[in-house]
Design a protein around this ligand. Structure first.
Ligand code: HXC
Ligand code: NAP
Length: 293
């Protein structure tokens, strides 16, 4: 078995309907593919209907599953409500909401207009709020239990990060929403969890976060203790587990999947990795010499 193998049994999501926002590309597409392989019906949503329809057709052909493409800009509550209705009309019910849609780009914060900042907050935080309220209220009204919401955040949701401040602000809000509703809405049979991915190369993210030569500087083999980027199937395995009934007792959790990246940046002395091995004899001798009373 390798880390890119598929983890769950073939029927792990049979009978479930899952909505994946931003499911037409990148990580949303990878997770959707695996959900379909595990027997779920999946509705994918984003602004670009043509792209969604292409993805749905491709994934249906590859997996034999049923994938519905629904146009929806998550910033607008009326579009979210319409998307929810279309999905229910098609599949009869929804069991899982995966808030994956996002907007992001690197920029010194002082270069941002108010609208640029708002745009990211509106997609990431307000979009997650719009979907969560719409789906959650419906589950409460219809007394549908055994439902769950999975939110995709990132590790700077708790560390913060310069140059992506609107995204960090919004993801921190999504994480707070995850943990808050995990407690408040557990009584309605809902679970809330999050995944914090480290670097998983996608076109959408890389075009906006590491344009041009920055790719060399953002070399993940240097930033990640495990010396590699994440594979999409690794994330899909984790997401499938967290939305499945196998994780029924996991609620309010954020699972980091980053090869140890954020801790490498955080640990006070982790830079000592740069010290060549032979130099440790000299350093140890210097330290021991100071121990003499
Ligand atoms: C400064 C910028 C800008 C830039 C846009 N703006 N790009 N400001 N630097 N590079 C400003 C615009 O001038 C405008 O402000 C405002 O932002 C909105 O821009 P629009 O182009 O009108 O917005 P829209 O068409 O809605 O597009 C949204 C977008 C775009 C976020 C700007 O990049 C997008 O569609 N992104 C979706 C996919 C995406 O971002 N994927 C990456 C997720 S990666 P004014 O004031 O001029 O009107 C991710 C990874 C996290 O989240 C962790 C990684 C480790
Ligand atoms: P991506 O392919 O650009 O995915 C973002 C998706 O969001 C797109 O499909 C986009 O589709 C959709 N979207 C954007 N604005 C929207 C809106 N207003 N309404 C509805 N959908 C919208 O990038 P990705 O790398 O796969 O990112 C997926 C998720 O993983 C995001 O939450 C991101 O923050 C997170 N993440 C990624 C990484 C990474 O290394 N890739 C690391 C940490 C976290 P349309 O353009 O068609 O609307």
């Amino acid at each position: 078995m390798g880390y890119t193998d598929k983890m769950l049994r073939d029927d792990a999501l049979k009978g479930k309907t899952i909505v994946v926002t931003g499911g037409g590309s990148g990580l949303g597409k990878a997770m959707t593919k695996y959900f379909l392989e595990l027997g779920a019906n999946v509705a994918i949503t984003s602004r670009n209907l043509e792209k969604l329809q292409g993805t749905a057709k491709e994934l249906e052909a590859e997996t034999g599953g049923t994938c519905l493409a629904v146009q929806c800009d998550v910033r607008h509550i009326d579009q979210v409500e319409a998307m929810h209705k279309t999905t229910i009309d098609t599949f009869g019910k929804v069991d899982v909401l995966l808030n994956n849609a996002a907007g992001n780009f690197i920029s010194p914060t002082e270069r941002l207009s108010a609208n640029a900042f708002d745009t990211i907050i509106d997609i990431v935080l307000k979009g997650t709020k719009n979907c969560t309220l719409t789906f959650g209220k419906h589950w409460i009204d219809t007394k549908q239990e055994n439902t769950n919401v999975l939110n995709i955040v990132t590790t700077y949701a708790w560390t913060g990060s310069g140059y992506v401040v609107p995204s960090a602000t919004a993801k921190a809000g999504v994480l707070a929403m995850t943990r808050s509703l995990a407690v408040e809405w557990a009584k309605y049979g809902m679970r809330f969890n999050a995944i914090a991915p480290g670097p998983f190369p996608t076109k959408g993210a890389w075009d906006r976060l590491v344009p041009g030569d920055l790719k060399e500087k953002f070399d993940v083999s240097k930033k990640v203790p495990l010396k590699r980027a994440g594979e999409h199937q690794e994330l899909a395995n984790l997401a499938a587990y967290l939305v499945s009934d196998f994780s029924s007792y996991i609620n309010g959790e954020v699972v980091t999947i980053d090869g140890g990246e954020w801790l490498q940046g955080a640990g006070e002395f982790n830079m000592l990795e740069q010290v060549p091995k032979p130099m440790w004899d000299m350093l140890e001798a210097m330290i021991r010499s100071k121990n003499k009373k």
